[in-house]
Design a protein around this ligand. Structure first.
Ligand code: SF4
Ligand code: SF4
Length: 353
């Protein structure tokens, strides 16, 4: 389904976003988006279960989206949620570099050659069941039933054939997992095992994780162990009570054990380490303590984002935890806490939406 937003060509005249030229995000159902976040650009351009990624990235809809960047209308982009639009982080032409000197004619070219970033959900498997994300622990990909190993193998094959079979010397980043836990996902671990690294000489692996299985399963990254660029670990809290409530199924002592192990590893292997808090009613009071907690375990940056409504909680429950909504009764108090923390000016504390 194509979802359009108001024409923004007056407000965004002369400004560019390179995501639709360089990015493919594949969700757990195989749908492909040309932006790193489907809440920002919610129109899928195809499905890798139906067509190869090269065909999808060069179809009419993908080209229309790139054209909407070139004419600055950004009609496929949600200005209310996209962080780049909201924070004035789009680029002027002089910031784009040589590669994009001819960007205004780009719609006549293909984009698969310029693909630099793949965000791969792959699988919803996770060892936790955080209340905002799911109601119960999910162990398998939705299309793979219990014990159906052959279906899982088919899925791995599909990812390998569609995304990782031809060489791409421009590919810089693979981000896993955007919908579950990489270290719990047999599908994603097998994809990493089977992808031929020689095809992607510049590519780094960026891991999004809850961190609890990291120490025990790091070796499963196999050939990618030396190519990890970033670990982005969402912990949400820095004490046992709040942690075990918000990260349901997680044990605080196991988190600490993994953080301690990773602190040394990230230094030795030169891995960029981000600790993240999804800000909500139960952890807003820990914002500053969480920053110190992250720094204690070697985080290069500490990120904060507002909780997203994944339609898992009942509407009234979500409204109650979404304390950064201006409709929440404690919004002013919460905003005050946030502003007080922001006023400290920590350069390595980032608010990402
Ligand atoms: S939604 Fe934002 S990040 Fe995505 S393509 Fe549009 S401007 Fe770029
Ligand atoms: S750790 Fe992430 S993927 Fe797993 S349940 Fe929590 S929010 Fe969802």
């Amino acid at each position: 389904m194509v979802i359009k937003f108001p024409d923004k060509s007056k407000a965004l005249k002369g400004l560019y976003c390179l995501a639709p030229f360089e990015t493919a995000m594949i969700d757990e159902w195989g749908k492909v988006y040309v932006c790193g976040c489907d809440a920002w650009l919610p129109t899928p351009v195809g499905n890798i279960n139906d067509e190869p990624i090269d065909v999808i990235l060069n179809n009419a809809l993908s080209k229309q989206i790139r054209s909407s960047i070139i004419d600055h209308s950004y009609t496929f982009c949600n200005e209310k949620s996209c962080k780049l639009i909201k924070n004035n982080e789009l680029l002027s032409k002089s910031q784009l570099g040589k590669e994009y000197a001819d960007i205004d004619n780009w719609k006549h070219k293909t984009s698969s050659d310029s693909l630099k970033r793949i965000f791969l959900a792959g699988d919803r498997t996770c060892n936790l069941s955080c209340p905002s994300c799911r109601t119960h622990v999910i162990k398998y990909h939705p299309s793979v039933g219990r014990d159906q190993t052959s279906k899982r193998d088919q899925l791995v094959d599909r990812f390998i054939k569609n995304l990782f079979s031809s060489p791409n010397s421009k590919l810089e980043e693979i981000v896993m997992s955007t919908s579950g836990e990489l270290f719990a996902s047999e599908v994603l671990l097998q994809v990493l095992e089977q992808a031929n690294l020689e095809n992607f000489p510049r590519c780094k692996l960026h891991i999004q994780t809850n961190g609890l299985l990291m120490k025990d399963r790091w070796d499963r990254l196999g050939q990618w162990k030396d190519r990890v660029g970033t670990v982005n670990l969402t912990a949400d809290a820095c004490d046992k009570e709040v942690y075990e409530k918000l990260r349901r199924g997680g044990r605080y002592d196991v988190l600490l054990e993994n953080l301690q192990w990773f602190k040394e590893k990230k230094t030795n292997d030169n891995i960029n380490f981000i600790m993240k808090m999804v800000v909500q009613r139960d952890n807003i009071h820990q914002i500053e303590d969480f920053y110190e907690f992250g720094k204690r375990y070697g985080a290069n940056e500490v990120h904060y984002c507002r909780i997203t409504d994944w339609k898992v909680m009942a509407p009234e429950t979500f409204a109650n935890v979404d304390i950064l909504s201006d409709r929440h009764p404690d919004f002013e108090k919460a905003n005050g806490i946030l502003d007080a923390f922001k006023s400290k000016g920590y350069q390595d504390a980032k608010f990402i939406g």
